[in-house]
Design a binder for this molecule. Sequence first.
Ligand code: PMP
Length: 351
Amino acid sequence: MSWEENVRKVVPYVPGEQPKIDNLIKINTNENPYPPSPKVQKALSEYSSDDFRKYPDPTCAELVDALATVYSRKSSEIFVGVGSDDVLATAFLTFFNSDKPILFPDITYSFYDVWANVYRIPFKQMPLRADFSIDINDYMGENGGVVIANPNAPTGLELSTEFVEKIIEANRDVVVIVDEAYVDFGGKSVVDLIDKYDNLLVVRTFSKSRSLAGLRIGYAIGCEKLIKYMLDVKYSINSYTMNMPSLKLGAIAAYDKEYFELTTKKVIETREWTKKELKDLGFSFADSHTNFIFAKYNGEMSRDEIASKLRERKIIVRCFNGDKVKDYMRISIGTDEEMQTVIKELKDILK
Ligand code: PMP
């Protein structure tokens, strides 16, 4: 008998690369191309290293209260974590504790099956239709829970609020997680439905629409009881999840509504311009409501060849493997200038 037999063996998630290359157009991990709120910069410069001598507030009150104010909820309805990855992982561990499989689409955020595996949660991946849309009938049977990214990633497609509600309604005996990582780029949130459904948990992030991927801030909104159960699990693993600057700077970013609206609007406008240009170049894609476009080239050149030619020109996009997505590349929306360069280089590559 070897100690290795007792190891919790898992196949890990592979994050997008973060290369350190000067002048790289980095459109592979859906970061925001604009800096965080200028108020964040100002607050950052006021820190003294002595501030870090003590533990941060385990209740994360400053950030929780800011989110409660901004979204007109009670603080007891909000959970914060180290990026929405941490929030989602905690939610999986807390709520998916049944022998029945949890359900999520076959093409979605590729961390869901990894968390299910690491926590030994049975799961079933429901095939999307050929146009990447969700058939809500797939989520009506017996299950141990449901996870829907809305808008979905990497497809960018949105499921209507009416259909999300039908899924929540049909699954009152389990928790339904709606991952709204990209909702701020023109999607419709179901957060108001938490007043109606105590089995709904909405998860969001500061990594995309608030330009703070590097600080790792995510949050969940749900009824008081759901949040209490998540806090019990959090305090059973790590009391001090959020570091001190994240709590303060996150709160400042949350309050800066004006800057948030300005930058998300800018990303949406650039996305719409990029869609038009990509279409003219012979790409097709589902209608994205996010800060990325999941595009397929309909001409002769393969996706991998296009991606590698872009890379030679210091532009990196994200490519996923798997039969249904092997012809697609996910293009995050950068600044206007960056996207103009991307389109110019694509024109040259495909000519
Ligand atoms: N959900 C979805 C659908 C995502 O695409 C991402 C980004 N990789 C996340 C959650 C996690 O984001 P973060 O941990 O940076 O909040």
